[in-house]
Design a protein around this ligand. Structure first.
Ligand code: BG6
Length: 485
């Protein structure tokens, strides 16, 4: 569809940027914070890039005022960040920590002082280690009550000032990485356990949404999903079926539960046949049906291209060739390999010949962003908040203060244009948060994979002075927001 002119972004469109607690805060054991599973996992030998961790990260905990001042200079309308559960309740389900509450109170007040809307993520992958030790983390239903207690504390504390809330960030990514590939905590490789934990997280998500609607009736809440559209590699009906299967396994398996309160039948039947389906009680089904998100958060990096899978069992070489040093959901199946997991022999992830890639092999696909927004909106009819989109690159600091990241500007410009086309097509959009505001710790790629508008002067080996230096993209986004186009 071509238009004579594109629809203008509304004046209250939330132009923002995003982050997550573990990736920026540091101060991992200060002011009574308890350890999270990431504090523990990142210290296991060989688990993260060059042994990097978030002990100091970019020291946002101590420098949040400077960071918020830069956000205001940039003209941000919204800032998405996550709360570290183990700052609020250090052992997960015991006493509430006043110092933890105070940190986010101060941050929220600082944002509001400059007219920046806080967008709060409840869970960005960092369950308190104590809950992992005591109950086995998300594999136990005990954790649902603990999560509700934490949610109640923060809804009551911040619900008067925070309008937009995200429940879980990329449930598809952290369950697969944590329970299928052991490349995230809790370091497990067991698909049956993955599906069981995922179901418990779905219940926690539903409980949090219902509680929120009781306690903060004027606010808006929804999950943020790591979404990628699926394409068939050819017009061969077998490949089209493979792309449909991938869509069911990679997207609908979560989105149908969030938005319709039911699991997609195809995947459920398949998992039952393999004996790895989660146990869903009648009470569970009722709970999932009862929770209605107000919007859907979409994190978009790219989609995936699929062909009919020819082999049902991976060869040893294929299995050994797997590289999971990425949080990219579509790299979970190594490209151009026939390696498959037992429950997904019905599609194979392959290279898309039409797309270029980032330095980390992620396809760059702005048109896919428009396709993604249209597909998700048409299917679920919920307003969409883009809660992440951005480019990881190895930025170079020149002359001590200049970062010419024109490639990031080009990337963001192309994606925003496609988002505007999707909006013109009729998709109801709330806002757009680029990933990320400052550079931050990439879970598995250390500090050299940079996403920020603001450069942080540190690397994997040295914290240096952690100075904040706006990149060229900072000034580009500043100008873009000012003109709202
Ligand atoms: C998303 C996550 O999956 O992608 C972020 O929500 C993450 O936390 C981002 O940092 C980029 O991933 P990576 O692996 O490039 O750091």
């Amino acid at each position: 569809m071509y238009y004579k002119s594109l629809k203008k972004f509304p004046h209250d469109f939330l132009w923002g940027a995003a982050s997550a607690a573990y990736q920026i805060e540091g101060a991992w054991n200060e002011d009574n914070k308890g350890p999270s599973i990431w504090d523990t996992f990142s210290k296991l030998p060989g688990k993260t890039f060059h042994g990097t961790n978030g002990d100091v990260a970019v020291d946002h905990y101590h420098r949040y005022k400077e960071d918020v001042r830069l956000m205001s200079e940039m003209g941000l309308k919204a800032y998405r960040f996550s709360i570290a559960w183990s700052r609020i309740i250090p052992d997960g389900d015991g006493e509430i920590n006043p110092a933890g509450l105070k940190f986010y109170d101060d941050l929220i007040n600082e944002l509001l002082k400059y007219g920046i809307q806080p967008v709060v993520t409840l869970y960005h992958w960092d369950i308190p280690q104590a809950l992992q030790d005591k109950y086995g983390g998300w594999e136990s239903r005990e954790v649902i009550g603990a999560f509700k207690k934490y949610c109640e504390a923060v809804f009551k504390q911040y619900g008067d000032r925070v309008n937009y809330w995200v429940t879980f960030n990329e449930q598809n990514v952290f369950t697969a990485m944590g329970y299928r590939w052991a490349s995230h905590p809790p370091n497990v490789t067991d698909v049956k356990r993955m599906y069981a934990a995922n179901h418990i997280i779905n219940l926690a998500n539903a409980e949090a949404i219902n509680l929120f609607h009781q306690l903060v009736p004027k606010g808006k809440i929804g999950p943020s999903f790591g979404y990628g559209p699926t394409y068939p590699i050819t017009a061969n009906p077998d490949d089209i079926l493979a792309a449909d299967n991938a869509d069911d396994f990679n997207n609908n398996w979560w989105l149908d539960v969030y938005c319709r309160g039911t699991y997609p039948a195809l995947v459920m039947n398949h998992l039952k046949d393999l004996g790895i389906a989660p146990e869903v009680t009648a009470a569970d089904a009722k709970l999932l049906k009862s929770a209605k998100p107000d919007f859907l958060g979409i994190n978009y990096y790219h989609g995936g291209t699929f062909q009919q899978n020819k082999l049902e069992h991976p060869s040893k070489e294929d299995a050994d060739a797997k590289d999971f040093s990425s949080t990219d959901p579509y790299l979970m199946q190594p490209k151009d390999s026939q390696a498959q997991e037992p429950e997904t022999p019905m599609f194979n992830n392959v290279q898309n010949p039409y797309l270029t890639k980032t330095d980390w092999g992620w396809e760059i696909d702005p048109v896919g962003f428009r396709i993604a927004l249209r597909r998700v909106y048409e299917k679920y009819q919920l307003p969409i908040f883009v809660t992440e989109n951005g480019l990881g690159a190895q930025d170079q600091l020149t002359d001590g203060k200049v970062i010419n990241d024109q490639y990031r500007i080009d990337y963001l410009q192309a994606h925003i244009t496609e988002m505007q086309r999707a909006m013109t097509d009729g998709v109801d959009m709330i806002g757009y948060c680029a990933w990320s505001f400052t550079d931050l710790l990439s879970w598995l790629n250390g500090y050299k994979k940079r996403y920020g508008f603001v450069y942080i002067d540190r690397d994997d080996d040295s914290q240096r002075d952690l100075a904040r230096i706006p990149k060229k993209s900072f000034y580009w986004y500043q100008d873009f927001i000012k003109r709202n186009s």
